[in-house]
Ligand binder design. Structure first.
Ligand code: DOR
Ligand code: ZN
Ligand code: ZN
Length: 353
């Protein structure tokens, strides 16, 4: 058999994952979610606060931090959630979180900021210089840009998915405003035609868009887009097949193979992929360095993505059946091997950060 050539890349960082702790452990937990992360080449993930209860108090933060220390296979950092009832917690939460997450539009979970008054309080209270990540769709992005300009706050737009949205963010950046954004693999590789084919397995917020929207995102891959983030949002098969199927799709184990396939097709360079999936996430969210940490990938491995063998508890992927080129072979975190040949390696010293 010909010898595999392995390419070493930095450990990736995903700034948008739902690990479902507390309250949604039947969908995912710190062990299964970070196993999926590591298998996908990520050594750092930023966890979203739309849990049950939501992460809006220091008490909840400290509980999940302890639990992640005990159970997670890679580094997990947390967002604080913005909630009208807990605004007084924000200055203290800011000290121990990577950013404030504001749900400004309708999505899964109860966290939502509905009034302008509360939105303004969030922007007044959150310390300058620390990012405010927004779930904002369509014209709500214009609201976020206005608030970034008015309050001198750094605003990071989650999962940008439409042509007009990415063009507005490009214009805001050209104007010198402190805004950044992420795009998900599902919005780069799937369209509304796939949504029709996939049914609940292709339903998420923001919804899949048109081919013209997808083309616009790719046109901004070298400039406006700062990060590729998965918005890994697992729900069980039973929930997806039920009457009120919740929106969201898993993505941690498919993001890098999909992006490496795009590299093989000449849609972006490997250097740009590393900026989007490792360097920019760390810079934007001020994440700590991880010494002696890397992943090794086989850039030539070609295979078909599948529901089989996934580490995420949900056990399915909207990308199953797609052929990709590029595979994670091994992962080392702070000098310890944590993944090799498809297998997670648990070691007692693994998580010290
Ligand atoms: O599709 C989505 N699912 N979009 C979100 O914003 C939330 C997420 C979830 O938590 O399931
Ligand atoms: Zn969202
Ligand atoms: Zn999300």
């Amino acid at each position: 058999m010909p010898h595999k050539t392995l390419t070493r890349l930095p450990g990736l960082a995903d700034v948008h994952v739902h690990l479902r702790v507390p309250g949604g452990e039947h969908k995912e937990d710190f062990f299964t979610g970070t196993a999926a992360a590591v298998a996908g080449g990520f050594t750092t993930v930023l966890a979203m606060p739309n849990t049950t209860p939501p992460l809006v108090t220091r008490e909840t933060l400290h509980t999940v931090q302890k639990q992640a220390q005990a159970e997670a296979l890679c580094d997990v950092h947390f967002y604080a959630g913005a909630s009208a009832d807990h605004l007084d917690e924000l200055p203290a939460l800011a000290q121990e979180t990577v950013g404030l997450k504001i749900y400004a539009d309708q999505t899964y979970g109860l966290l939502r900021i509905d009034t302008l008054a509360t939105l303004l309080r969030c922007f007044e209270t959150w310390p300058r210089g620390k990012p405010i990540a927004m779930h904002a769709e369509g014209r709500t992005i214009a609201v976020g840009i206005g608030l970034a300009a008015t309050y001198g706050q750094r605003v990071h737009f989650c999962h940008v998915s439409r042509a007009d949205e990415i063009e507005l963010i490009a214009a805001a950046k050209a104007h010198g405003l402190p805004v950044t954004c992420e795009v998900t693999p599902h919005h780069l590789f799937l369209t509304e035609a796939d949504a029709a084919r996939l049914g609940p397995w292709g339903d998420m917020r923001p919804r899949l868009a048109t081919q013209a929207d997808v083309d616009a995102l790719w046109a901004h891959i070298d400039a406006t887009i700062d990060c590729i983030a998965t918005d890994h949002a697992p729900h069980t098969r039973a929930e997806k097949l039920g009457p009120d199927a919740p929106p969201g799709v898993p993505g941690l184990e498919t993001a890098l193979p999909l992006m490496l396939t795009a590299v093989a097709e000449g849609r972006l360079t490997l250097e740009r992929l590393i900026e989007l999936m490792a360097h920019n996430p760390r810079r934007i969210f001020g994440l700590p360095e991880q010494p002696e940490t890397w992943i090794e990938v086989d850039l030539d491995a070609t295979y078909t993505l599948s529901d089989e063998g996934l580490h995420t508890k949900c056990g399915w992927s909207p990308f199953s059946g797609m052929s990709v080129r590029g595979k994670v072979e091994s992962v080392q975190l702070r000098g310890l091997p944590i993944f090799t040949e498809g297998v997670i390696i648990r070691s007692p010293e693994r998580t010290r950060y």
